[in-house]
Design a protein around this ligand. Sequence first.
Ligand SMILES: [Zn+2]
Length: 407
Amino acid sequence: MKCRHCGSALRCDFLDLGFAPPSNAYLAAEDLSKPEVYFPLRLKVCEECWLVQTEDYASAESLFSPEYAYFSSASSSWLVHAARYVEMITRRLGLGQQSMVIEVASNDGYLLKNFVAAGIPCLGVEPTDSTADAAEKLGIPVLREFFGEALGKRLADESKGADLILGNNVYAHVPDINDFTKGIKAALKAGGTVTLEFPHVMRLIEQNQFDTVYHEHFSYLSLFTVGKIFESAGLRVFDVEELPTHGGSLRVYGCHADDPRQTTDAVTTLLAEEETRGLRSSAVYADFQVKAEKVKNDALAFLIEAKRAGKTVAAYGAAAKGNTLLNFAGVKPDLVPFVCDAAAAKQNKFMPGSHIPILHPDVISERRPDYVLILPWNIATEVRQQLATLAEQGTKFVTAVPDLKIQ
Ligand SMILES: [Zn+2]
């Protein structure tokens, strides 16, 4: 297999999670009597550009026909994050009624609604109908397409180029990252700015976040690698911020390569830190499998011990990362009888692979388990606040990543 960015042969293994069904392939009751498709879930790292990437496998297109879609507005902390970003970027770039903002993967309008409220023209690009419908109801124009070079050029030709292009948690999810980046180059006006947020592979490695690995998540990115990809598309990273979201993300600021804006010290400093932490040498990648297995074994040991001691366990948050952990660990409903999730679209379905039933959050309060395993550890604080009454009644909360914590 060749690197998706630079085409070099991929020789260095990063992580092997065995086989798993697509993490968003939630099952209805009638699906439980049908066969379930598992794909290999393995990552490699390119020793030329250091892009960490999923291994190719057959029939990848079947991953992209989900009936279920994630609605960004379901997370209150994410809504606050989006509103703060809009306020900051509007001020920083001096955006106004003459500006044009394009968000790629605009989802249900969780972010662009803030630009609509400020009277700043915007356009969402979102191929998923259910979320695009929700965004249009908020008065946001949406193009129901996948973003890439062809669409970027068309937007520029139709004089719909943007002063700001933004993408939150989409860059790591596109199969063809070069084509996507060329699309940004094409659709960005002269003097325009692009901001992209994605989980930082440096934090993934440091914090044992192997459960953020799933098939639809094609790339695991460092600032160094994003700089290389931008460069080959005629763009340049001129600033970067580290964010606490998703266990540690980067927000990169890019512009055309010939833009006069100076590259900030933040870029130079973070590039140096990545180098110091070994992100440009094979050893740090080669060691990761052992760390992932330790997290998995500790979580599994906890569940088995709880069961032996006659304690009850429930999980909270039917998130993609939960499916990665449960399927790598081979957990089934005998160890975790149910998981609760606030998203109505997931309720009364079953987790792919583990077949653990997904129930309304009220059930967790009714059944008062001894332990609640919070699968999306990135929102653990939010979940603990929501379930504060349970804690008063003696329930303990468990997170598995970066290492097993019971509190
Ligand atoms: Zn490469």
